[in-house]
Design a protein around this ligand. Structure first.
Ligand SMILES: Nc1ncnc2c1ncn2[C@@H]1O[C@H](COP(=O)(O)OP(=O)(O)O)[C@@H](O)[C@H]1O
Ligand SMILES: [Mg+2]
Length: 376
């Protein structure tokens, strides 16, 4: 209550100065503050009051009309740049997004970690499932190898439930099912099974059932599936279980190469295993403004994929690449760096698209055995 009283005085009138000293102790609280601050609010009157969900800011409501209306130079205009206050309510269903691209090193894991952190920072309860035998998402979130006794492998083979495998991370509301090298052996092990493409879906189905019995505060709103760099059975399991695909695409010469193969695979999965599957969006990663080719790549990808490409472009930023070696998302490692800021904007865009384009799973998808909505 004290916070609520103190803030309007700080935000009233032109420039919006957040009382950072009150939140500096908690990096995620600061993340929330920046989420409300950065960029432009294109249609302030139409945007409802944003309620920042954070332990420290639970009672703090900020009016978007008081956002600073400066455009950030060098960044694209539009929804991605403008941090529009989304309805920061939980989705009615557990949304399962898969980070997929058969190319390695394009930013799948980095996006899973930092998009997950950003979603958690704005109040969502997020689970990352690390499906890569390299276990980079687990390492990047500070889960030591000796603490991966129960892993995604155990979940996919049915030896453990997803609920039993998930681990807390240092980020409040962000959990992970760790990945281990055992996943390399999964494919030959399940290849002969008729349900080999649905192991993850079955595990997630069981998890959803558990979730319906959990108190509301303990229910997850997003699951991010971090895929290995190939279109193998692990990736197919992820595509068969997900609602939507987020494709990280590196801003390099060969960006479009392989994208059509991935899109074809998504289409095949949609036609056979998962009718409800859709492309959520394409996120351009590792953009280097000094490289003239990078801008051309952005233009080409936007020309090819149109509105499917998120407005937010993730810049190449050394802090992003340093963060995993500290076992931290970049949002905690260096919240103010351009990479962290971009991931906050991406999270806002993801939520906006969720609201605009993706309702609860369609009746057809449910009939085909897709995951049941949570009753929240
Ligand atoms: N925006 C970025 N700026 C700088 N380095 C990045 C950025 N995104 C990812 N990286 C680095 O690029 C490498 C590959 O990223 P990663 O997310 O592991 O790709 P993938 O999971 O697709 O294989 C990692 O070393 C990561 O730290
Ligand atoms: Mg990876």
């Amino acid at each position: 209550m004290a916070l609520r009283r103190s803030v309007p005085a700080e935000i009233r009138g032109g420039a919006f100065r957040y009382p950072i000293r009150q939140v500096a102790a908690h990096p995620l609280a600061e993340a929330c503050a920046i989420l409300g601050l950065a960029g432009t609010c294109p249609r302030p009157r139409r945007v409802p009051v944003i309620k920042l969900k954070n332990e420290l800011w639970n009672d703090l409501a900020v009016r978007p009309g008081s956002y600073k209306k400066s455009h950030q130079p060098g960044l694209p205009t539009g929804a991605g740049n403008g941090i529009i206050a989304p309805h920061l309510r939980r989705p009615k269903v557990l949304r399962i997004l898969v980070l997929a691209n058969q190319k390695g090193g394009v930013g799948k894991t980095t996006t899973a970690i930092n998009l997950g952190t950003a979603l958690a920072a704005i109040g969502e309860r997020v689970l990352i499932v690390d499906l890569d035998p390299q276990g980079n998402a687990s390492t990047g979130l500070g889960i030591a190898r000796e603490n991966r006794k129960v892993s995604a492998y155990d979940v996919l083979t049915g030896e453990a439930t997803l609920g039993a495998a998930l681990k807390e991370t240092s980020v409040p509301r962000l959990y992970i099912v760790p990945g281990t090298i055992d996943l390399v052996g999964l494919e030959p092990e399940i290849a002969a099974r008729a349900d080999r493409a649905f192991c993850l879906k079955a595990a997630l189905g069981g998890f959803l059932e558990e979730q319906t019995r959990a108190p509301e505060a303990e229910r997850f709103s997003y699951t991010l599936l971090d895929c290995p760099p190939s279109l193998n059975l692990l990736t197919i399991n992820a595509l068969a279980a997900a609602h939507s695909v987020v494709v990280p695409l590196q801003c390099e010469f060969f960006a479009l190469e392989g994208l059509s193969q991935l899109l074809t695979t998504v289409e095949e999965v949609k036609n056979t295993l998962n009718p409800g599957l859709s492309i959520h969006g394409i996120v351009l990663t590792m953009f280097d403004s000094r490289n003239t080719l990078a801008s051309q790549v952005v233009a080409d990808v936007r020309g090819f994929m149109g509105g499917k490409v998120y407005e937010t472009v993730i810049p190449r930023n050394v802090r992003v690449s340093e963060a995993p070696s500290h076992g931290k998302p970049v949002l905690l490692y260096d919240l103010k760096c351009s990479g962290a800021q971009a991931y906050l904007r991406l999270a806002t865009e993801v939520i906006q698209r969720e609201r605009q384009n993706f309702g609860p799973p369609s009746a057809a998808a449910n009939a085909a055995g897709a995951l049941e909505p949570l009753d929240t």
